[in-house]
Design a protein around this ligand. Structure first.
Ligand code: SF4
Length: 367
C-alpha cells in the first residue's frame, strides 16, 4: 500500500473526512500509522467533531449477557475455544436469563446483547440452543420493546429467520479481520464467505448488523485499513474494534500485547470513515479505567455492561470489573460526565434504528 505523503497531508485528510468525503485505503493507512502526539491529538479531535455532528453529546449503553460459553469452534485467540478444557463453561437456565434481563432493563441500558458460543449446524445441541435463544427473545418481546442483539456465531438461514421472527433487532457476527489468510489461520476450519454471508442473510431478514475487528493478531496496518474498508462496504450499522487479550490457555498466549493507542486510533479512524455509525467503547479490554480514552477517540456506545453477582463472564477478559460492579450504568456515569457526554433517553434508540434503515434506502440518519 502506498502511504499518502507526510506531513502534509494530515490536515488535508482530516478536513476531507470532516467534510464527509470518503477516505481511500492509503489515507486510512496513513491515519493508522500516526504516532506523534500532536498528530494523534488532531486525529482524536477530528473524530470528536464528527461524532458530535452525528450524535451530539449522546451515548448508548449496552447490557451484555453471555448465556452459554460452550463452543464448537477453535479460534486461536479465544479462551472459549472448544479445545480449552480449562475454560469456564456454563449455560444459564431460562429462569436465570429472565432474571438477568429484567435487572439489565431496570439498570437503564438501551439494548440487550444475548451472546453464546457457536454450535455446529445440524446438531441436536444447535437445534436446542438456538431454539432456546428464539424463545428468550419471544419472551422478552412480549414484555418489552428494548432492542435485542443476538451473537450466536454463524447460523443458517432458517435460524436467522427464526431469530428475526422472534424479535431480534441486531445480528452481531465479527469477521475480526478481512485479511483472508489471517482469517484462515486464526479461525481454523471456518469459512470467510460463509461468515460474511450470514450477515447479509441477517440483513435480508430485517436485522441490523454489527461487524467487528480484532487487532493484535499479527495483522499489518494495511490489513487493518482493508478491514475498515470492508466494514464500510458491508455498510454495517455498528462497527467495533477490540485488542487481543492473549489468554494463557490459547495458542496465542505469547502474542505481544497491543498498545492501547492502536485500538484508540482504529476507533478514531472508524469514526472518520463511517461517521454516522454506532462505535462501541468496549469495557472488555481496558475495563472502566480505559473507557474515557475510548470515548475521547470517538466512540458513542458503551459496552459490555454486565450485571454483577450472577456468575457471568466477559469475552476477552473473563472477570475484568464484573463482580466489583464497575461495568454498570451507575459506575460509568462519572466518566461520561468527565467527557461531557450523557446517556441517551430511553426512547432515542428505536428512532435511530429506524433512521438507519431509511439511510440504507436512500435517506439520511442522525439524532
Ligand atoms: S470466538 Fe466465538 S466462535 Fe471462536 S472459539 Fe470463541 S466463542 Fe467460539
Amino acid at each position: 500500500m502506498q502511504q499518502a505523503e507526510k506531513p502534509n497531508n494530515l490536515m488535508t485528510i482530516l478536513d476531507k473526512a470532516i467534510l464527509g468525503r470518503a477516505l481511500s485505503c492509503e489515507e486510512i493507512g496513513f491515519l493508522l500509522s500516526l504516532d506523534a502526539e500532536e498528530d494523534l491529538e488532531r486525529l482524536f479531535a477530528a473524530a470528536g467533531t464528527v461524532r458530535s455532528r452525528w450524535f451530539g453529546k449522546t451515548v448508548f449503553l449496552y447490557g451484555f449477557l453471555y448465556f452459554n460459553t460452550a463452543c464448537s469452534n477453535n479460534c486461536l485467540f479465544c479462551q472459549y475455544r472448544k479445545s480449552n478444557s480449562k475454560a469456564t463453561r456454563y449455560s444459564k437456565s431460562t429462569e436465570m436469563i429472565d432474571t438477568i434481563v429484567r435487572k439489565m432493563e431496570a439498570s437503564g441500558v438501551h439494548l440487550i446483547d444475548l451472546t453464546m458460543g457457536e454450535f455446529a449446524d445440524g446438531t441436536k445441541e444447535a437445534e436446542s440452543e438456538y431454539g432456546r435463544l428464539s424463545s428468550f427473545i419471544q419472551k422478552i418481546r412480549k414484555e418489552s420493546d428494548i432492542p435485542i442483539m443476538v451473537s450466536p456465531g454463524v447460523v443458517n438461514r432458517s435460524v436467522l429467520a427464526d431469530l428475526a421472527e422472534a424479535g431480534a433487532d441486531w445480528y452481531a457476527c465479527y469477521q475480526e479481520t478481512y485479511a483472508r489468510p489471517l482469517f484462515a489461520k486464526v479461525r481454523p476450519g471456518q469459512n470467510f464467505d460463509t461468515r460474511y454471508g450470514a450477515k447479509l442473510t441477517a440483513r435480508e431478514k430485517g436485522m441490523h448488523l454489527e461487524e467487528g475487528m480484532l487487532i493484535g493478531l499479527g495483522e499489518s496496518l494495511e490489513d487493518r485499513a482493508n478491514t475498515i474498508i470492508g466494514m464500510r462496504e458491508l455498510d454495517a450499522d455498528q462497527v467495533r474494534v477490540m485488542s487481543l487479550v492473549a489468554h494463557p490457555d490459547t495458542p496465542m498466549a505469547d502474542m505481544a500485547p497491543t498498545p492501547e493507542i492502536e485500538e484508540l486510533k482504529v476507533i478514531a479512524v472508524m469514526r472518520l470513515v463511517m461517521p454516522d455509525r454506532l462505535i462501541p467503547a468496549s469495557l472488555d479490554v481496558g475495563g472502566l479505567a480505559g473507557l474515557k480514552r475510548r470515548l475521547e477517540a470517538g466512540a458513542n456506545v458503551v459496552t459490555s455492561m454486565i450485571i454483577p453477582g450472577m456468575g457471568l463472564s466477559g469475552v476477552a477478559n473473563q472477570e475484568l470489573d464484573i463482580e466489583d460492579a464497575r461495568r454498570t450504568p451507575e459506575a460509568i456515569a462519572p466518566i461520561l460526565r468527565e467527557c461531557g457526554l450523557t446517556p441517551a433517553s430511553a426512547d432515542e434508540f428505536r428512532p435511530w434504528l429506524a433512521a438507519r434503515n431509511h439511510t440504507r434506502t436512500g435517506g439520511r440518519s442522525g439524532l
